[in-house]
Design a protein around this ligand. Sequence first.
Ligand code: MLC
Ligand code: AMP
Length: 512
Amino acid sequence: MAEESALLARLRGLAEERGAHLAVIDEHERVSFRQLLERSERIAAALLRRGHGGARVALLVTQGARWVEGFLGVLAAGGVVVPLSPLHPQAEQRWFIERSGATVALGCEALGEPLRAWAPVEVLGVEALRQEARAEQPLPRPASGEAALILYTSGTTGKPKGALISHDNLAAVARLLGSAWQWRPEDVLLHALPLHHLHGLGIALFTALLAGSTTVMRPRFDAAELWELCAEGTVLMGVPTMHKRLLDALDAAPPESAARWRRNAAGLRLVTSGSAALPRTVGERWRALSGDYPLERFGMTEIGVGLSNPVDGERVAGSCGLPLPGMDVRLVGEDGREVAPGEPGEIWIRGPGVFLGYDGDEAATRAAFTEGWFRSGDLATRDERGYVKILGRLSVDILKSGGYKLSALEIEEVLRDHPAVADAAVVGLPDETWGELVVAALLPRPGRAAELSEEAVRAFAKERIAAYKVPKRVVVLEQVPRNPVGKVVKPELAKLLAARFAAEAGAGAGPS
Ligand code: MLC
Ligand code: AMP
């Protein structure tokens, strides 16, 4: 018989061993491990009663205890969660529901009502389900290897791909980081990351939960609020943009708040950064504040987490550290062989965090692996001691903005749907705040350039894709650099656009 989900078994164990310990604190309530288990089992029983056992369930709930209860409830009913985000417009949410084959949705009071108005599936309310009396009905015991959730991740195709992540994958990330980062029940995680991505969901929330620690969760990131919350926390996880925002807020704060926030920073046990490269300037500002350089690590939707700097040993600035025990990492050159230290190679990974495959896309799954190794698409070097440094992505069409992975191709497809656009090319330009700034170059249809103001194009895109994917700058050009077969040469386009913005900034700064 297949082994039972270690994740659910661990949560039952925690509810028994230290049931009164707080699992999640949000703006409204403080929920213990016992309550979390009871409520999630009630949700599971309610789903089963309605015939949704084993179903794919779209989850659109404000981040907080109810989100966690809903998520665990679906798992306990043997189902698969499709986390949705209120940051996505209706068109995108509909696509996720339809594409995943979700047959029911779980909403909360705030987000469920608007969803009910258009969703192609029944929408149940998490608040009602978690209170329903649970008849003594046995719950299924999903196996460890079964899919627990689908995370949609942008790639080198137009539409995002659904990564199938198993109970085991989540448990493995939690186990690896629980041990490497020395998690203990007294830890309190400060959580303001989005839960529709692996960082917030797997690396942050589930690591803390399965370590039996407390998570203080907020629905969105707010620098001042997070600084105040640091008084209650021991671990802070963020993407580089969040760290920069926190430090900028500290610099701009009135002296009394700044002094309090500095004290709060000094009280943190661990500050981590990931999802994108941490600029050294940001890392050094944290070091000056807390005494430690933030712990940088490398993860990915498809692999969980692979590399990490140590908690106690040397944290190398600009490096993601060493392979975590149990995760095999190789750097592979174009000839398919492992490269020597100092030489660039693609990161290939295998281990218990590696996902099950892309949902309903066997060809893409097959293409992503070579002899059992997942090819990350990230280029890196390794020093003599094994510390890995990320150099960038192999594909120019994968961008990272504020920690979100974006597909230039997906954004271009949306822009090409605009009636005045003949063609579109999207590139990322280096940016201090976002890491990469998404910029669109548009070729207009004859006589229609006037319809393509930045404002109009951004408004058009926002109805179709999340605001964080919408280009920050839109430029209308008569032509773009192309190679002899007509393909846009993106590095050249990026240079051209950067020069144009620099010239504009220079002209703006100079005497009029
Ligand atoms: C928000 N905006 C962004 C953006 N986030 N634009 C580009 N890139 C982003 N990341 C848009 C908003 O929609 C808004 O658009 C405008 O920018 C200003 O928004 P804001 O209020 O300043 O932003 P905020 O809501 O505070 O969001 C910033 C942020 C957020 C850093 C908190 O981006 C964030 O939560 N990032 C984390 C992403 C993440 O978790 N990635 C993990 C992937 S998993 P407008 O048009 O309305 O003005 C992974 C694996 C691993 O990578 O290793 O971790
Ligand atoms: P995602 O597909 O959204 O999970 O993003 C995973 C990608 O984020 C990786 O393939 C890397 O490109 C990037 N990434 C994650 N952590 C880091 C890091 N510490 N430094 C640089 N890039 C990172």
